[in-house]
Design a protein around this ligand. Structure first.
Ligand code: NAD
Length: 240
């Protein structure tokens, strides 16, 4: 299936990370105009069809400024991908500090809320929103309970907005990857090998490319009837 997004504008948060960078390349190949935001955008493409803008999603004014710049350059948004996120430290809930809990809520949940509030008024009718949640947004994640709580929140926002935005015909879905080879997974150090194979029918981690290809299709005009879904890409883990 050929996905052609020529003339369409996509905004991606967390665009400099593993999955965000793969999405950047995938949407660029499909011909989209790119608004690329992250804490640091120095390594991101820039040019006539790519606008890198620094942004901290925990700061509502920072996200509003990105959307305003995007509109100035490209007009209304067609696609918004809320992908910025952190995992927090691995460990039991009783080991988690109040600061780590607050930071997870601020980036993963409030950050998604801030982005949605800024993006929705800037979207064309018929636009598409993809929130990057996690398998931990639809299932428990021992060792990452606070992370799982934030990602369940992201799925809740997704399902609710799919109905709230019906008048504008904006489709809202969530992508729910399991462990994927990115800097986030690497930050877990040796712990990461514990998750590699036992529950995964394919016996390996996902790749950022696989997540980006799915994001491209989920938000494509061809995928016109999917709405309010939390789509797991997990090598079969959730089938057990
Ligand atoms: N890698 C995995 O195993 C995995 C699994 C499930 C879900 N996810 C989700 O996928 C998304 C992308 O993760 P990734 O694996 O590419 O991780 P990553 O660490 O490579 O990328 C995350 C990006 O988010 C950015 N970011 C962090 N805090 C931010 C803030 N306050 N404002 C703006 N940007 C901020 C980082 O700078 C980074 O570039 C995240 O939402 C993550 O929770 C990842």
């Amino acid at each position: 299936m050929q996905i052609d997004l020529t003339g369409q504008t996509v905004l991606i948060t967390g665009a400099a990370g593993g999955i965000g960078r793969a999405m950047t390349d995938a949407f660029s190949s499909a011909g989209a105009r790119l608004v690329l935001s992250d804490l640091d955008v120095a390594e991101l493409p820039s040019g006539e069809t790519a606008l890198p803008l620094p942004c901290d999603v925990t700061d509502a004014a920072s996200v509003r400024a990105v959307v305003a710049e995007a509109q100035k350059r490209f007009g209304q948004l067609d696609i918004a991908i809320n992908n910025a996120g952190i995992s927090g430290p691995f460990g039991t809930l009783s080991q988690l500090s109040a600061e780590d809990w607050s930071r997870l809520i601020a980036v993963n949940l409030t950050g998604t809320f801030n982005a949605l509030q800024a993006e929705i008024p800037a979207m064309r009718d018929g636009g598409r929103i993809l929130n990057v949640a996690s398998l931990a947004g639809v299932a428990g994640a021992p060792g990452l309970a606070a992370y799982a709580a934030t990602k369940h929140g992201v799925v809740g926002l997704t399902r609710s907005l799919a109905h709230e935005l019906r008048k504008q015909r904006i489709r809202v879905n969530a992508l729910c990857p399991s462990f994927t080879e990115t800097p986030m997974l690497d930050s877990m150090g040796p712990e990461k090998t514990r998750f590699e194979t036992p529950l995964n029918a394919l016996g390996r981690f996902g790749t950022a490319q696989e997540m980006a290809d799915a994001a491209l299709w989920i938000t494509s005009p061809q995928n016109s009837f999917m709405n309010g879904q939390a789509i797991t890409l997990d090598g079969g883990i959730s089938a057990l």
